[in-house]
Structure formats: C-alpha cells, structure tokens
Unconditional design. Structure first.
Length: 535
C-alpha cells in the first residue's frame, strides 16, 4: 500500500516539474497570439496598433492575428515591441516561433524591402549588437507558414526589439500570428559541412592551361594537341551576388571530381551592380569571378563564363560582353558563354537580330524562364554580339546556344552558323534533359562539323511538372554519358549544387546523388558507359 505521505510527495514532484516546464515554456512576448483584448477599442492588449496606418487586429474563423497593409507605397509600416534582459542573461539561448503569410507583396526600391520581422539586440546605449534574426516572406503565400529559429543573447544586450513590418514595400498585406519567444537550454547547432569548413588557396600551383582554338569539330592548342573538356556547371552566382560555397565547389570539382572545365553562370545586373543588392557598382562580384577564374586556371582547368540570361541577345548583353571581354581578353583559361538559353525566336532573329515580342506563350520543359517578363525589344543578334567581342581584341572561344532553350542546334547546318574570322572560333552549346528527343537531329549532326558543349545535362528522380511518363534516371544517365563518350562531346553536368535540379550533389559534404551525381563522378574518373538507346 502506498503511504499517504508518499502520495503527497509524488504530487509535489509532479507539480514542481509542471511549474518548471511552464516556466521554461513561458512566452516572453505578451499576447503573442493576439487573442487577449480587455479594452473596448477593438485592439489586442500590448500591441498599440495604428489603424489609420494599415495596422489591423484581424479575425478569421474565430482566430485573431495581426494584419499589416501597405497604406503608402514605399513607406514603412511597422509595429514595435521590446523584450528586456538582465546582464546575467548574456549567453542564454532563445527560440522564436512565428506563423506568417502574405498576399501580393511587391518589394520596394531594394530587393530586401519586403515583409519581415526585423529584430535587433540593443545595448543600454542603443547600439545594435549582432545575433538577431529577421525572418522574411515574399510575394503571395495564401497558407500560413511557421518559422522557427534560435539565437543567443549577446554580451551587453539590454533588450531585443521585435518589429513586424512591411519594409518600404510597394504593395501587399502581411499577416502574423502565434509569436512565441522562449528561453531554451541550448541551441541546436547543425554540424558544419565540408563546403563550410574547407579552405583552399586561390593559387592552385599549376601553370595556366594553353589557349584553345577551334579546328574542325575539335579544340586544339597551338601544337595541334586535341583537348576533351569534361566537367560541371556550378550555379549560384546567377541568384546570389556572393554565391553558395562557390570557391570551395570549384576547387573540389577540379581536384577531387577530375573536372577540367567549369561552367560558371553569372548575371549582368550583379556584374554592373544594378540589381539593388550592391552599393559598390558590382566591384565585389567581379572580384569573385576573377578569383574563380584564377582558381580554375592555376589548377590547369578552363572556365566558361556563362551569361545566365534568356530569350535573345539584348543591347545590355552586348554591353556586358564588351566589358567582360576587355577584362578576360585572351586569357587562356576563359571562354565566353554568350547567352544561357535563347528561346521563342526564329533562326534569322537568333543570328541577325530583329524585333522580339514581349508576350510569348510559356513552354513545357522550362521553369524559372517562364516567370521572366519582357518588354518588346530589338535584338542585335548573336553575330553582332560576337563581332562586338572581337572588336575588343579578345579572341577567346565563344560558346553559343541556339533555339529551344539552347537545345536545338539544327539551324547551324542550314546557313545560320556564326562567322568568326577574327577569333579562335565558335563552340555550340546544347542543353539536354530527359524530356528532350532527337539527339541526332538536334546536336549530333552538328557535332560532326563543329565542337559541341553539352553545357547543361542531367536527370533526377523527382518528376518535373511537365513530364507525363518520365524515364528512370538509372537508364537515362548511363545512356547520356555513353553518348557523350562515344562522340567525344565536351560537357558540364548540371548542377554541382544541392538544390538546383537536376542536382549532382546530395549535400554540402559533396556526396554525389545516386541518380545523377554518381554517374557524373564515375565518368569524370574515367569509367566508360555504353549508349544502349538513342533518344
């Protein structure tokens, strides 16, 4: 029989544990769920909303939340709260959970002028300290999403400012609910990946590779030695002005995956510093590209500078190439990839230029490209772009993709080849994916007379939205690489990244994906594949 005193003790322990748990779970943000309202003003307690400034205590199916609306385009709409700390709180860990959604948020003058919760640790003198987070949300997210993040209270912090806001947006609404800030015992720290930990010198210690020229359908040096270029495309500088572990990826691709060519996508707004993210006119971005060029060259590898833009050559692209050509004029390791993926034009416009209409029906088999909007413009054409490059004195090989998002090269044999009397020649670029057919007609026929680079190719277990009966990557990948090896085509597999599908990397420890990366790594190491079926 359990004694009465034992039962009492057990109840006391349970009560103590419950009290401790409740204390640990205490929300430091009073009324963070926006439900309490003891006043008759229609306001949530503790928030002090300015209803004439687009701040609303909203309700939906009995649930209350904060709604901010852009009342004046380009102006801040902000709600302010403060959480205070004692000196002994320094080093303690905090966890924030918050639910957010937005509708029609249009960024302001800068890309980061969006819907966000700005947070700042401040000392007693009002100086901002490092360590706070600022979760943001863009565009339209009809459903609630929950974000959870952790941070440490920095030494000297006296308070944390919490400011849900529409940060100088042009339009949109921002909903916030269930803001919960609590102390936690310790932060969950993710182990560092190899991409984060690796440290490589820019100078790889080797002589720069020889300058290559086009001879028939081959690439050769001044002594007539033939070169077969095999490697990977390493994205991220087309969406980020600093890239994702870009230098470490370049070095590992060359030194450990045996790549002798890197295709490097870049974006002209980052290059010229006009994207809104820069305050230096693109100086840092261009220096990053310089560093990657030298990293490749000093490891004996080549780099294709891929202007990762779309549709047709525009005057701004010629401006880019004049500037880039002067910078890398006759650099032995650098080739010029004039335009990532031309599309929705005819062969005459592709080569000679002409009017390119603004509205073109979206095409199956592409993703991000369909989201890009264009005004009608006059294209100078590919030939004019090559001519402009040659006028700088740069003889570097130009790599040129043709129609159908750089897949279809067939017009090159029908009189639309690019003339290059003053340079080291043209290599044509084709992007081959499992949903593309007619390898023979679209690029193999051309490969008999011209050097071909498969600038993008790859497969994924993930079904693309436009695929009805997707082929298994475990049959497509060996056949694709078998085709490359049979015809000795130059290639840069897409993509040496963990998220830009079809991805070569499973994680940032550079583990190859089983459905594509494994085949790529084996091929670059010399394994031979047989093409059993032509597509």
């Amino acid at each position: 029989m359990i004694k009465r005193w034992a039962i009492t003790a057990m109840l006391f322990c349970v009560a103590a544990i419950t009290a401790t748990t409740q204390a640990a779970e205490k929300n430091l943000i009073f009324n963070g769920n926006f439900e309490a309202s003891t006043r008759k003003t229609g306001q949530p307690d503790g928030w002090g909303l300015k209803t004439d400034k687009g701040q609303e205590w909203a309700s939906e199916n009995g649930n209350h939340f904060l709604r901010l609306t852009t009342a004046e385009p380009g102006k801040m709409n902000l709600v302010y709260r403060e959480i205070y700390f004692e000196p002994e709180d320094a080093g303690k860990a905090l966890e924030m959970q918050v639910k957010m959604r937005c509708d029609g948020v249009v960024p302001g003058e800068r890309p980061w002028f969006d819907a966000r919760i700005m947070m700042n640790f401040k000392d007693s003198n009002g100086k901002t300290l490092k360590g706070a987070k600022s979760p943001n949300i863009k565009g339209t997210k009809k459903d609630w999403i929950q974000k959870t993040f952790q941070m440490k209270i920095p030494e000297g912090a006296s308070k944390l400012e919490i400011m849900p806001c529409l940060f100088n947006t042009q339009a949109g609404t921002f909903d916030i609910d269930d803001m919960h800030l609590k102390y936690i015992d310790k932060m969950i720290e993710k182990p560092k990946t190899r991409a984060q930990l690796a440290s490589f010198p820019v100078d790889g210690g080797k002589h720069h590779p020889p300058m290559l020229k086009v001879k028939g359908n081959q690439l050769v040096d001044d002594n007539g030695k033939e070169y077969w270029l095999q490697g990977v495309s390493i994205p991220s500088l087309e969406w980020s002005r600093t890239g994702d572990y870009i230098h470490n990826s370049v070095v590992i691709a060359i030194e450990e995956w045996n790549a002798n060519i890197i295709r490097l996508p870049v974006k002209s707004p980052f290059w010229f510093g006009t994207s809104g993210w820069e305050d230096d006119g693109g100086k840092l971005y261009r220096e990053i590209v310089d560093k990657l060029v030298e990293s490749c060259a000093s490891r004996g590898a080549y780099l294709v500078l891929d202007l990762h833009e779309y549709k047709a050559i525009q005057p701004k692209h010629i401006d880019f190439w004049i500037d880039a050509a002067k910078r890398y004029k006759n650099h032995p390791a650098v080739m010029f990839g004039l335009l990532n993926e031309p599309h929705s034009i005819d062969w005459k416009t592709w080569k000679y230029g002409g009017e390119v209409k603004s509205k073109v029906k979206a095409k199956a088999g592409v993703a991000a490209e369909n989201k890009i909007t264009y005004n009608t413009f006059q294209s100078p054409g590919m030939q004019a772009c090559v001519d402009a490059i040659r006028k700088t004195g740069a003889k570097n090989i130009c790599v040129i993709g043709a129609l159908d998002w750089a897949y279809d090269l067939s017009g090159i044999l029908k009189g639309y080849d690019i003339e290059d009397p003053d340079g080291y020649g043209i290599m044509y670029d084709t992007h081959v994916y499992p949903w593309k057919s007619d390898w023979q007609g679209k690029f193999l026929d051309v490969a008999e007379k011209h050097p071909i680079l498969l600038g993008e190719n790859g497969c994924d277990e993930k079904k693309m939205p436009w695929q009805t009966n997707p082929e298994s990557p475990y049959t497509w990948a060996p056949d694709m690489i078998g085709c490359i090896q049979k015809y000795k085509l130059h290639w840069t597999a897409w993509s040496f990244h963990t998220s830009a599908t079809p991805r070569v990397l499973l994680d940032w420890d550079y583990t190859p994906t089983p459905f594509w990366g494994k085949f790529v790594k084996e091929a670059l190491a010399g394994k031979q594949f047989e093409m059993k079926k032509m597509r």
